[in-house]
Design a protein around this ligand. Structure first.
Ligand code: 1PR
Length: 524
């Protein structure tokens, strides 16, 4: 029996699913007594450090937790739960931590994109039972803007490089905690959890550890999901966002099944986009929640869900906030939500009034679940102009002139799945979204979508220059070479594709094999 400390702040379903996939039973903590009688306690920390400490205090869980830790009973902390073991955090200066390990939590100070999102390696500093059957070359999934800094190296279990070397896990007696997410780290992460749960395993040190670790460029499989004309939820795919062929919605497979296939083929993340959610209310769309619940049972990489995340008032006048919609998705197994149309409307309002309200979906969700949980999905379309000052938008000089020889273009934001163009450019949109608290940009391109002609490198470079958060390049992948191109000619942290994977033209494994010796990736 494994006891799980769920304080209600995010996606703990994945942790439960990962532990259950190892044949264990999970019970969750409801009161102090549950911690007192725990045999092995797993504490997945999600979201904001200050919010976590406050909830633990309100629920009167700090004392029993300290008792458990001081008694040196088996404990596994994940992400913010690692940070909780230290004295304090820059994320919430007024809040004190549990103080089990001397030190503090600091925000990353690096020129690299923050949050640190993706698959990175570890350098093992001491033996541990969690490294049984571990080669040392594995990559694990990180997602955080803050990291711990300790005054004594005794407890340091691993370090990782991201701009500089930081502590990526600790071990003190029976207390183990990792900054990375084992429940999201595929087979390598499951192995770590399995080793922790079996307290009889020997302590070992992996054979080969890297001298320096490097963040891998991520390959993401995207599943555009909608109901077809028969009412079945299917994975579809458009050409420049048009998903109909001979009048029917293209059906390329079943969402849960395809997600599982892409996971086993080596996808680093899976993204679901509920592409018609702008006209329906997604909480009524139970099948989509079910897709997440089922997928998260056996897909142990990060899951993003987008579509319809916005405030909504139903026919009876009942109001649902975007935060409530997102919370339902997180509870169903999502790690990140993506906001499309609503982000455009929010930014238009901020630009009009000159101020942020603090109440937008981006701000509210980022406050509760952390910036890293909020992705902005951008659906831009090229608009050609004759001169850089022809419009009051961010205009770029393009190598691919327009139909009338225009040498300049800007990228117009659209809403409702490309159906409505707005007077806002993608560069401005992403810049303002970052200021509002978004943690990542999913950068589609309507002109390139489904064309197999390669990513729009000019668009990606323009956006990448404007923001410091990670950018996922999307739309147009037609070959493994296109992935190499996007990772070498832009600074995109990840590349997403749909059509070539669905049509099995180039499977994910083949893309990764091609990239293997050329750039840093997570090997299959
Ligand atoms: O506006 O918050 O409700 O979110 C709706 C979401 O649905 C947005 O993220 C939007 O991008 C997406 N969406 C809406 N309509 C469509 C459509 O295709 N008709 N799909 C759509 C967008 C684009 C990519 C695609 C890549 C890669 N799909 O996600 O998967 O372009 O394709 P490729 O590799 O085949 O070229 P909201």
């Amino acid at each position: 029996m494994i006891t799980l400390l769920d304080y209600g702040a995010g996606n703990v379903r994945s942790v439960i699913n990962a532990i259950e996939s190892l044949g264990e039973t999970v019970v969750t903590v409801h009161s102090a007594a549950d911690i007192d009688k725990a045999e092995r306690l797993v504490f997945p920390g999600v979201g904001n450090y200050g919010a976590m400490m406050q909830i633990l205090r309100q629920k009167q869980l700090i004392e029993p937790l300290l008792r458990y830790l001081h008694d040196d009973r088996p404990f596994f902390g994940i992400c913010v739960a690692l940070q909780a073991l230290f004295n304090s955090s820059e994320e919430a200066p007024g809040e004190s931590g549990l103080g089990i390990i001397p030190g503090r939590v600091k925000r990353f100070t690096t020129e690299l994109a923050v949050p640190h999102i993706g698959w990175n390696g570890i350098k093992v500093q001491q033996p541990s039972r969690i490294f049984n059957d571990f080669s040392g070359k594995e990559k694990l999934y990180f997602v955080h803007s803050y990291h711990v800094e300790t005054d004594s190296n005794d407890a340091v279990l691993t370090t990782t490089d991201y701009g500089y070397e930081f502590v990526s896990s600790i071990q003190k007696g029976n207390i183990i905690a990792t900054q990375f997410h084992p429940e999201k780290s595929g087979p390598a992460g499951l192995k770590i959890l399995e080793n922790f749960l079996d307290t009889t395993r020997q302590t070992v040190i992996p054979q080969t550890c890297p001298q320096t670790t490097r963040l891998a460029s991520r390959i993401i499989a995207c599943l555009d999901v909608r109901s077809n004309d028969q009412g079945d939820l299917v994975v579809t795919k458009g050409d420049q966002y048009d998903v109909r062929e001979d009048g029917n919605v293209r059906n390329l497979g079943l969402p849960v099944q395809l997600a599982r296939e892409y996971y086993t083929q080596g996808a680093d993340e899976i993204t679901f986009l509920n592409i018609t959610a702008f006209r329906d209310f997604p909480l009524k769309d139970m099948p989509m929640l079910e897709v997440l619940q089922k997928t998260s049972k056996n897909v142990f990489v990060p899951l993003t869900i987008g579509g319809g995340i916005r405030d909504f008032t139903d026919r009876n006048g009942k109001h649902y906030s975007a935060l409530e919609v997102a919370s339902e998705y997180f509870r169903s197994g999502a790690d990140k939500i993506s906001i499309g149309s609503d982000a455009v409307l929010i930014v238009e309002e901020v630009l009009k009034t000159g101020k942020a309200t603090g109440m937008s979906s981006i701000e509210q969700i980022a406050r509760v679940y952390g910036n890293q949980a909020v992705v902005i999905s951008v659906d831009p379309r090229r608009v050609y102009v004759n001169a850089p000052d022809a419009v009051s938008h961010t205009v770029i000089e393009t190598e691919f002139p327009g139909p009338n020889g225009e040498k300049y273009c800007w990228y117009q934001c659209t809403i409702k799945g490309g159906r409505e163009g707005r007077d806002l450019d993608a560069v401005t949109l992403t810049r303002v979204c970052e200021q509002l608290g978004a943690g990542e940009i999913l950068l589609n391109c309507i002109d390139k979508d489904g064309t197999n002609s390669g990513f729009d490198l000019e668009l990606i470079n323009a956006v990448k220059e404007a923001v410091t958060i990670p950018v996922i390049a999307s739309s147009g992948a037609g070959s493994a070479e296109h992935f190499l191109e996007v990772f070498t000619q832009t600074k995109a942290e990840a590349a997403l594709a749909a059509g070539i994977f669905h049509r099995n033209e180039v499977p994910i494994g083949e893309v990764k094999q091609f990239l293997q010796d050329k750039i840093e990736i997570r090997p299959v």
